[in-house]
Write a protein that binds this ligand. Structure first.
Ligand code: RB5
Length: 148
C-alpha cells in the first residue's frame, strides 16, 4: 500500500480531514501527525515532524498544511532532502511533480483557491516526474544544501 504523511497546524485541520478521507478512499495508507484540534500549534514543529517521518523512508510524498501553506513550505524547504511545492492551480500541481519532483506539497486552509485542493492533489498524484534535463536542475538545487 502506498504511504503518504500529512501534518497541519491549527489553520487547516478541516482541510486535513478532507484530504485524509480522500487519500484513504484511494487506498493510500496515511500517517496523520496532527494537529487534530483548534488549539494553536507552531507550523515549523508540524513541518519538521512530517519531514522527519518522510525521511524514515517508504513514503510516496508528504502533504503540509497551515493557514496559508506558506509557513509550512518555508519550514519544510529548510530540511535537507525536502522539496516542498506550494501549488495553487492544476498547472502548478502538475509541474511540481513533472519538473520539480517535489516530495512535499503544501496548501492553506484559509486560502480561497479557485478550485478544490483535492483536484490539485489528484493532478499531482497522476503526474510523473519528467526526468531528463530536470534531473540536473534538481541536482543543482539539492547541492545548494551543502554549498550555501
Ligand atoms: C497561524 O496563525 C498561521 O500563521 C499559520 O497557519 C500559517 O498561515 C503560516 O504561514
Amino acid at each position: 500500500m502506498k504511504r503518504i504523511v500529512i501534518a497541519s497546524d491549527h489553520g487547516a485541520v478541516e482541510l486535513k480531514t478532507q484530504i485524509v478521507a480522500f487519500l484513504k478512499k484511494k487506498n493510500f495508507e496515511v500517517t496523520d501527525l496532527g494537529t487534530h484540534g483548534s488549539a494553536a500549534v507552531d507550523y515549523p514543529d508540524m513541518a519538521l515532524a512530517a519531514c522527519n517521518e518522510f525521511k524514515k523512508g517508504g513514503y510516496e510524498f508528504g502533504i503540509l498544511l497551515c493557514g496559508t501553506g506558506i509557513g509550512v513550505s518555508i519550514a519544510a524547504n529548510k530540511v535537507n532532502g525536502i522539496r516542498c511545492a506550494l501549488p495553487f492551480d492544476l498547472f502548478s500541481a502538475e509541474m511540481a511533480k513533472a519538473h520539480n519532483n517535489a516530495n512535499f506539497i503544501a496548501f492553506g486552509g484559509r486560502i480561497k483557491y479557485s478550485l478544490p485542493v483535492l483536484d490539485m492533489i489528484e493532478k499531482f498524484l497522476n503526474t510523473k516526474f519528467a526526468g531528463d534535463r530536470h534531473e540536473q536542475r534538481i541536482a543543482k538545487m539539492m547541492a545548494m544544501e551543502d554549498e550555501c
